[in-house]
Design a protein around this ligand. Sequence first.
Ligand code: CA
Length: 229
Amino acid sequence: MAVDKTTILIVEDEPAIAELVTFTVREAGWNSYVVHTAGEAWEFMQRRTPHMVLLDWMLPDQTGLRLLSRIRTDRQLHELPVIMLTAKSMEEDKIAGLDNGADDYITKPFSPRELTSRIKALLRRKTPEHAEQLMTAGLVTLDPVSCSVMLDGQKIDIGHAEYKLLKFFMAHPERVFSRSQLLDKVWGDHVVIEERTVDVHVLRLRKALKEADSLIRTVRSVGYMLSEK
Ligand code: CA
């Protein structure tokens, strides 16, 4: 089963820094994409939503801060984790960045280790489904590292889409999601799948979970949720 790698978009116009950040991100095992302007970054995000953006403050076409505001007011992108990268170390600028919705802030020059640990911390905070710890719900245990699912200690057969769906549910227990939210969060936005496809995968997931199938509840006219209650 393929592992869904965390994708990080790097928006940085200085080649040396872009290279260092790319190297750091890849070394840590994440996918990276580099763009050099705010315009390119925006274009990228219209096609594909990354898991995180590392955003330089000073870009050739507009400020990173401006792009950040645009992200925060966009219906699809507003929750995207963003770390600002900047040479500015002034307290006022830091406050401006955080006020505009940056999740974190790293001042250049930074060490690869510092960057990696900030990214990890933010991913843990913002996207629990990317955590690497074992997740459990009732008799079901999911291991994100080996991408396997155990039922009462026994490994079960589960398809890729059902695995992703289960992982998402386990990261957000006791919360109802509509079909379109699930499409968005599990399959990624911009993906053209019909909403009833979600029903098919939920059915398959329940089948894979055997006697634990009641974990996945249908919430009439709303959607689905994972509940142990
Ligand atoms: Ca710059």
